[in-house]
Ligand binder design. Structure first.
Ligand code: FES
Ligand SMILES: [Fe+2]
Length: 356
């Protein structure tokens, strides 16, 4: 996921999106969602028709038939082709028009082809590279420990009216947990002073929360009772991965909560959460306990994010102030908007104190 080669801004759904964001892989749906019928999805403002041929291979075309511009996602799949529902033009996974019903003399004509995007199926998700006609130089993100023995994974998805940067900040920010997730993740009257080390590199920023020892909320008590020396790490990885990692003094306990944030448009974000863990509990029991608790936390975050968006719209734009404990947002913005601050060096490192 290289952010180099940014070429200014491109348009997506009428809103400006950073150009380099298009040269990355995004989750468009789960493998299970893509069955016999094509489905319509939007990524970075690009409407896509995603379909699976009978050979099982997924493909993604711009959701616009080149003939009379009807959405291809409303058509159907025949063999390995996507058929447009208006006049039955037939496209393969590369977008090549293979058949035009009623046309006696068929010849090759590139302008009759649909626009195709690179697609990969990996780890139970369908990933699309958002630059048509380009050979991707990267692979989709690989979630940590997902394929490792002894770990268990579950995932969910949620759509929220918010921007990519507000969603990422919310998920990675420790200071809202005492209020939005009071009792569930942290409790306001049990704060202690800790050290946070922030490190930024070319494609990632992370905050390591040192010497927190234990976390006051219910989730922690249930999943890692009696464990001390908790280290939690918040990461933002380009193009749109927000990730929390928890380690304790017992090597048995590892937890990764990764959010893959697919920007549908500038103001609508789809979050695919991938929760991978190993704990002192049998994995099935850890899953039974963790799933409803994480679902509750997700609902709480969605509610506050939508409230934030509603008010930003009411006041016609964001107007934020910062303190040093807003540890990640400036760096998320730096990574997402290359060239926004030419004077700042790429690598950043700082240690601060805060009470959480
Ligand atoms: S609009 Fe698609 S075949 Fe005519
Ligand atoms: Fe939250």
């Amino acid at each position: 996921m290289n952010r180099r080669g940014a070429e200014g801004a491109e348009k997506g759904e009428g809103r400006v999106m950073e150009g380099f964001l298009f040269r990355n892989w995004y989750i468009v749906c789960t493998s299970g969602e893509l069955a016999r019928k094509p489905i319509g999805r939007t990524v970075l403002g690009i409407p896509l028709a995603v379909f699976r041929g009978i050979d099982g291979k997924p493909s993604a075309l711009l959701d616009k038939c080149p003939h009379r511009n009807v959405p291809l996602s409303k058509g159907w799949v025949k063999n390995n082709y996507l058929i447009c529902k208006y006049h039955g033009w037939c496209f393969d996974g590369q977008g090549v028009c293979q058949e035009i019903p009623g046309l006696c003399h068929r010849n090759e004509a590139r302008h009759r082809n649909a626009v195709a995007y690179p697609v990969i199926e990996q780890d139970g998700f369908i990933w699309v590279y958002c630059q048509a006609g380009e050979l991707p130089k990267s692979q989709p993100y690989e979630f940590p420990c997902l394929r490792q023995e002894g770990f268990s994974t579950f995932s969910k998805q949620m759509e929220c009216e918010t921007t990519l940067e507000n969603a990422a900040e919310n998920f990675l920010d420790a200071t809202h947990t005492h209020f939005v997730h009071s009792g569930l993740i942290r409790t306001d009257n049990q704060r202690k002073e800790i050290t946070v080390k922030i490190t930024r590199s070319e494609n990632m920023v992370e905050a390591v929360y040192l010497n927190e020892e234990t976390i006051s909320g219910l989730i922690y008590k249930l999943l890692a009772p009696g464990c001390n020396k908790v280290i939690s790490i918040s990461r933002f990885i380009l193009p749109s991965i927000a990730q929390l990692e928890y380690r304790t003094d017992s090597d048995r306990n590892r937890l990764f909560i990764s959010l893959f944030l697919t920007p549908v448009t500038k103001k609508l974000t789809k979050a695919y959460s991938i929760i991978t863990f190993r704990s002192w509990l049998p994995n099935w029991l850890g899953r039974v306990i963790a799933q409803p608790l994480f679902a509750q936390a997700a609902r709480q975050d969605k509610e506050i994010l939508q409230l934030q968006t509603w008010n930003i719209n009411r006041f016609q734009g964001e107007n934020f102030v910062f303190t040093e404990i807003d540890v990640l947002r400036p760096h998320i913005l730096y990574l997402l908007k290359p060239g926004s601050n030419e004077n700042e060096s790429l690598v950043f490192e700082k240690t601060i104190k805060m009470k959480i």
